[in-house]
Design a binder for this molecule. Structure first.
Ligand SMILES: CC(C)(COP(=O)(O)OP(=O)(O)OC[C@H]1O[C@@H](n2cnc3c(N)ncnc32)[C@H](O)[C@@H]1OP(=O)(O)O)[C@@H](O)C(=O)NCCC(=O)NCCSC(=O)/C=C/CCCCCCCCCCCCC(=O)O
Length: 725
């Protein structure tokens, strides 16, 4: 709602809808009532609009867009009402003014912002456009280039930048509401015409047409298959070509197209899924609502390979003092140089005026080979390579050296957390923190609890993720956890498709056209084929431990493809060796080119194994790869390894390049329809009975049988018996 008060010639309207003052129907109604009251009261000479609790407004309620009962009350009409007020209206922007919240402020005649406030029109990130006339008012206020940038990227800008752009009239360090009331008193009686943005012309550019056509190319390129940026562009272009009222009509038409699009639903789901994933629970009954994190005032990282370097960089960026440890001076010096380089680059990227990175100060970042230096840290992240014996040795040492409450984290992508914890005397403080490479860039942090991990340890790891500006998703302990476990059948299908007649570039193209940033073969080349090879050797799937007489394409009665092993045996480890599923310009090169050598290897391989190659169409490539991944997701949910489909989707969007506008694999399955996913899996598993990954999971079958319920109801169909939750 909104609260109305007087101060004394200024009416104060305070938006109130915790936690972020979204513009519900009740808020809009109360705002309208407040404006009418102020208008009718002759002793009121000006109006000031602010938000409760130090936040102006986060805009429209995202949950309302998909609701059949969404309020028909038009926000746009209210913005016009504010603008047409005969008494000056001043917005006092504290905290945030986003989306519809900023559009309300644009309707005001003046805007005062607190120095720490952020403003933006993030509708594009929700698959929408600023549909309350924001695409028409903002270019009139700050010019087309800046408005187009804000509207098509959705970025939040700080108050200082808003002041430079002319988006706000004043930035204050103290009480914003008092400053806004002062300004309101000052402008009483001044003409309002020049302050009404709808009456202003769009500022001209020397060659608007040329600017717009270049901007359109840029927007399309950045959109990566998303519709909203293009329609945002069209709405802003309308502002340059039409009078305000016509531009508003065009904006409305484009908004309605987006509002009913599947992409908007997916993006809004993704926003809410990220918040839902913060609400973790475990089968033992621990949860975000009752567990309290421990403070992390200092940390240590063991191992300065690729992952360790990124993790140190992340911690330094989060202003957490770090001790970085390596096994000897040679490794330490190489690691130190690499970390310093990363930090120099990060420092250069930081905004002018923002807090600087204090990494030359040994009290903030210390390099050592001495385990004793870890004695006092609050948290240790072990990031050595994936070797159980080595990890156990380190954890044994840590449990002797570290102070009693220290959290002991292992950065692993698949290894058993319980086994690692068994090497310590304090398994309740051991937790998996699976970072994604490059660790200082990628947003995802998979947080894996073991059998004995305490709720405090989980809460502390979640808190750490927040401090590192990452999305922490809490999951249970199983081989590959959630992300990699779902990835295995996907990559396996991709390789089987090669055996049957396809090529890496064909499979990658289909998945990249679907929206993945990178297809499975390019991804394997980037990650290094030797990583999987070592893991398969460890599992006894390849190498000398495979019993003599084992059929080349079978392991334990299941289909197996030795193709990736053959590549590794030829020294083809991917980008780092200049050859893998593709060829590259040099070792370490990044430009993948289809490789005739590989094509003839595939032909030879099929000959050797008597496989008749066939043409495999895009539909089969897509369905076999995606549906096997999704199928594993259902098995994970049924086992209680993750507490909801949103968790899986957040992992895939933030760690595996799944296109956000398709909402994540489980959301995608819900849009395809579970009966269809099930029917396709039946079809493919009949054709390939020796591939367990294609056999539909019991949970998927159950959901399809009960009539394809909406995604938010899925978990209610898991019986207590079938779930570990
Ligand atoms: C920066 C944030 C605001 C805060 O971040 P942080 O402090 O980290 O906290 P969070 O955990 O993210 O959030 C806290 C809780 O708040 C919830 N939240 C936040 N924002 C929203 C929101 N906008 N809606 C709903 N809920 C929100 C969040 O979920 C958390 O709650 P919980 O823990 O999950 O319970 C950050 O949250 C953020 O960035 N928020 C998003 C801001 C945003 O994107 N705003 C834009 C929203 S879209 C908008 O405003 C659009 C406006 C245009 C509307 C145009 C309407 C005109 C239509 C014309 C045609 C209509 C025809 C009508 C006919 C018909 O109806 O049929």
């Amino acid at each position: 709602m909104a609260q109305y008060a007087r101060s004394p010639a200024v009416a104060v309207i305070r938006l109130r809808n915790p936690p972020v003052n979204t513009l519900s129907f009740a808020v809009l109604q109360a705002l309208e009532d407040g404006l009418e009251k102020a208008d009718a009261d002759p002793s009121v000479k000006a109006v000031m609009i602010c938000g409760e609790n130090g936040k102006f407004s986060a805009g429209a309620d995202i949950r309302g867009f998909s609701s059949p009962n969404r309020p028909v009350k038009s926000l746009a009409a209210l913005v016009s009402l504010i603008e047409s007020s005969k008494k000056p209206v001043v917005a006092a922007i504290e905290g945030i003014a986003l989306g519809g919240g900023l559009e309300v402020a644009l309707g005001c005649h003046y805007r005062v912002a607190h120095v720490k406030a952020r403003m933006g029109l993030p509708e594009v990130t929700l698959g929408l456009l600023p549909g309350a006339e924001g695409t028409q008012r903002l270019p009139r206020l700050i010019g087309v280039p800046a408005a187009l940038d804000m509207i098509t990227t959705g970025k939040h800008i700080p108050a200082t930048e808003a002041l430079k752009l002319g988006l706000v009239d004043e930035v204050v360090e103290e009480n914003t509401v008092e400053a806004a009331i002062r300004l309101a008193n000052k402008v009483i009686g001044q003409p309002l015409g020049p302050r009404r943005l709808s009456l202003k012309p769009v500022p001209k550019l020397p060659d608007m047409e040329a600017f717009l056509s270049q901007a359109r190319v840029r927007v399309k390129k950045q959109a990566q298959g998303c519709l909203a940026p293009e329609l945002c562009f069209q709405a802003v272009r309308a502002a340059t070509q039409m009078p305000f009222a016509d531009g508003v009509r065009r904006e409305r038409e484009l908004f309605m197209v987006l509002l009913s699009s599947g992409q908007a639903r997916a993006l809004q789901y993704a926003f809410l899924a990220e918040r839902a994933a913060q609400k973790w629970t475990t089968p033992g009954g621990a949860s975000w609502s009752s567990a309290t994190p421990q403070p992390v005032r200092s940390a240590a990282v063991i191992g300065l390979g690729t992952m360790g370097r990124g993790i140190v960089t992340s911690l330094v960026k989060a202003n957490i003092p770090v001790v970085a440890l390596e096994q000897d001076l040679e490794y330490l010096n190489t690691g130190r140089k690499a970390v310093m380089l990363l930090l120099e680059r990060e420092a250069m990227k930081m905004e002018v005026g923002a807090q600087t990175l204090d990494f030359h100060n040994p009290a903030r970042l210390q390099f050592t080979v001495d385990f004793d230096s870890l004695r006092d840290v609050d948290l240790v992240i072990e990031a050595v390579f994936e070797n159980m014996a080595l990890k156990k040795e380190i954890f044994h040492k840590l449990s002797r050296i570290c102070k009693p409450g220290a959290l002991l984290c292992t950065n692993t992508s698949a290894l058993n957390i319980d086994e690692i914890a068994s090497a310590t005397s304090r398994p309740q403080q051991v937790i998996g923190t699976h970072f994604f490479s490059p660790a200082h860039v990628m947003r995802l942090l998979e947080i894996i609890y073991g059998r004995h991990t305490s709720p405090t340890a989980i809460a502390t790891a979640v808190q750490l993720a927040k401090a590192l500006k990452k999305v922490g998703v809490v999951v249970g302990n199983c081989f590959g956890f959630v992300g990699n476990r779902m990835m295995f059948p996907y990559v396996q299908q991709a390789v089987f498709l090669l055996e049957e007649g396809s090529r890496p570039e064909a499979v990658d193209r289909v998945l990249e056209d679907f929206g993945f940033k990178i297809g499975p073969f390019r991804m394997s080349d980037l990650a290094g084929l030797d990583v999987g090879w070592r893991s398969r050797q460890g599992q006894g799937l390849t190498g000398p431990s495979v019993p003599a007489g084992t059929p080349a394409r079978q392991r334990q009665g299941q289909r197996y493809s030795p193709l990736p092993d053959l590549l590794c045996e030829s020294g083809r480890f991917g980008q780092k060796t200049g050859k893998g599923w593709y060829q590259y310009e040099k070792a370490g090169g990044r430009t993948a080119t289809p490789d005739p050598w590989l094509h003839s290897l595939l032909a030879q391989y099929r000959d050797t194994h008597g496989i008749e190659p066939r043409f495999i169409d895009q539909e089969e490539i897509l369905e076999r790869c995606l549906f096997s991944l999704i199928n594993e997701g259902f098995a994970i949910l049924a086992e209680g390894i993750a507490s909801g489909p949103e968790h899986l989707d957040v992992i895939y969007i933030n760690g595996y390049g799944w296109p956000k506008h398709k909402g994540g694999p489980m959301f995608y399955a819900s849009t395809v329809g579970l009966p269809r996913v099930l029917a396709k899996l039946h079809k493919y598993s009949e054709a390939h009975p020796d591939v367990p990954g294609l056999q539909p999971s019991a949970f998927l079958k159950k959901l399809a049988a009960v009539g394809n319920p909406p995604i938010k109801e899925w978990m209610s169909y898991l019986s207590q018996q079938s779930s570990r939750l």
